[in-house]
Design a binder for this molecule. Structure first.
Ligand SMILES: N[C@@H](CCC(=O)N[C@@H](CS)C(=O)NCC(=O)O)C(=O)O
Ligand SMILES: [Fe+2]
Length: 229
């Protein structure tokens, strides 16, 4: 399985392209509307065919490029069933498996940042959306977020994956690009070293973050797969 990481400088978002070397079947995770043409060009350069456009959740900070890319390059758009999306091709849930060639992509429902977060686990790598960020985790204060659900997703789901599993987040605000489950179990500032739920919730309740600048257009836009014109 090949993995390519791309970045959006305005919203600090990572987009990923995954593909099977033999069949050249590809998936693109969390494309950003403003970069859809860049991503379409890159897919063409790589010579891959998009089978799936995988969304980790309904984003609040940017509009997805998935709908626009689907129109350009094809593929099935996947969002969690809790999203209420009317434009997705597949409303995924825990345990679903998609394939790129012989490589399985496993859907793990990891709510907490929202109620519709998916982590995509693919042979030694997990794409954690805004659930697990490097040394951090997504905020829990909007979109039906929940400290309890986030704590359970991190400690009972993601931290049960093998320690060497590579972690690829949807955002980073500090300059990191990837991690491993083992590193996060040890060094994550919010849940590392077996931190208790109470300690975790105190941190989350004290964040007092301003709303994302584009939240009012992003959430409705993403429920339309970014097809807003
Ligand atoms: N300043 C950013 C805020 C982005 C934001 O709130 N990001 C969410 C993910 S959608 C988050 O969980 N951030 C974690 C944090 O800032 O600690 C914006 O306006 O877009
Ligand atoms: Fe998010």
């Amino acid at each position: 399985m090949k993995i390519r990481q791309l970045f959006d400088y305005d919203t600090w978002t990572y987009t990923y392209i995954l593909w099977d070397k033999t069949t050249l079947e590809a998936a693109i995770i969390d494309s950003v509307l403003e970069n859809a043409q860049r991503d379409a060009n890159h897919l063409k350069e790589l010579g891959v065919a998009v089978k799936y456009l995988l969304e980790t959740h309904i984003h609040a900070d940017h509009i997805t490029g998935a709908g626009k890319l689907r129109n350009q390059v094809g593929g099935q758009l996947v969002v969690h069933k809790n999203s209420g999306s009317e434009c997705a091709d597949i409303l995924a849930e825990e345990g679903d498996i998609f394939y790129l060639g012989g490589h399985p992509i496993n859907v793990i429902h990891t709510p907490g940042h929202t109620n519709n977060d998916i982590s995509y686990h693919i042979e030694g790598a997990v794409f954690t959306g805004d659930t697990l960020l490097v040394r951090d985790c997504g905020r829990t204060d909007f979109q039906l977020g929940s400290n309890q659900a986030m704590y359970a997703s991190l400690t009972q789901k993601l931290f049960t994956l093998p320690e060497e599993t590579l972690v690829f987040p949807a955002h980073d605000y500090k300059g990191f690009s990837q991690s491993t489950i083992g590193e996060e179990k040890q060094f994550n500032l919010r849940v590392g070293q077996g931190k208790s739920y109470e300690g975790f919730a105190t941190i989350m309740d004290g964040l007092n973050l301003p709303n994302p600048k584009r939240i009012d257009i992003s959430v409705p836009g993403n429920l339309k797969c970014g097809l807003i014109d």
